[in-house]
Design a protein around this ligand. Sequence first.
Ligand SMILES: [Zn+2]
Ligand SMILES: [Zn+2]
Length: 333
Amino acid sequence: MKSLVAHGDGRLSLEECAEVDLLPNEILVAPIATGVCGTDLEIIDGKIDPAFVKYPIVLGHEWCGRVVQVGSAVGLFDLGARVVTEGIIPCGICVECAAGYTNRCTTYDELGFTRAGAAAEGVVVNAKFVHLIADGVTTESAVLVEPTAVVTQGLLKVQPARGAKVLVIGDGTIGLIAARVVHAWNPSLVHMLGLKDGQAALAKEAGVDLFMTTSPIDKYDLIIDASGASSRISEAVRQLVRGGSLLLLGFTGPEVNTSISVDDLVNRDLTIAASFGYSRKAWEMTVGFLNSGKLDLTFLVTHRFRLEEFQEAIDALRGAPSPRGKIIFEIGK
Ligand SMILES: [Zn+2]
Ligand SMILES: [Zn+2]
């Protein structure tokens, strides 16, 4: 099984990994498509918080695949069925899991971070976390379930009101997904503050009514930061209406601070929410959006590579010009 392994010092190698025997409750899935994102770069470069990774690690936390083999105690899945798998593996028994906050499970364990991910010809997963993908859903949409579940989790936390005026800061994958998914809450408008004009067409496909690269003069009920740019976060607080909410989904990098006027927060009755990963509920809801035909993210995949072309894929991730959406590996094609 060829697997793309990161060593945490910038080195990346395609290695032959031994096949493992399935436990009764496990499934072997052959990835069809696996996305890469900024977090993969942090893993490759060793810049991620060490608490969230175990080296060497097979990359790949955004993916979909086909069932190849099922363990003896797994009855539900047909061979060849297209599936996605929750990447965060919660313990199911800690106080956070018991309350449904499986994204905050006290034992952190995640595919592509602490256990072998899907930038490989095969992945072994627990059947409990596997979800079937309906025939009408494109592979491009299915590969984006993971980042979409991150967005869903955040939106469940802030519960956008019907008719809300929404600003998304950041024109990368998470920002573009957020612009699309927030429509499930029926906002009256969605604006995007991006960095590059070249992303405008993708933003339009994501359902953005107005794309800007300089700060807007309007005020918003909900601002979603998917940029992690600290100066823009300070500014966003001033762009909220009284009673508005700011949802933080972007990473600024460790130890980066930003200044916010506390009087402004209190006097204007503002809410600042931040969100980590996704709960099982958010994952399930996201798969539901796709399987019901409500959500299609096919437009977002702009770059495709074979696993053997990993260097080109990583170079594209570091600096391909706009328009740039999701970069994926097509595996076994
Ligand atoms: Zn990612
Ligand atoms: Zn737990």
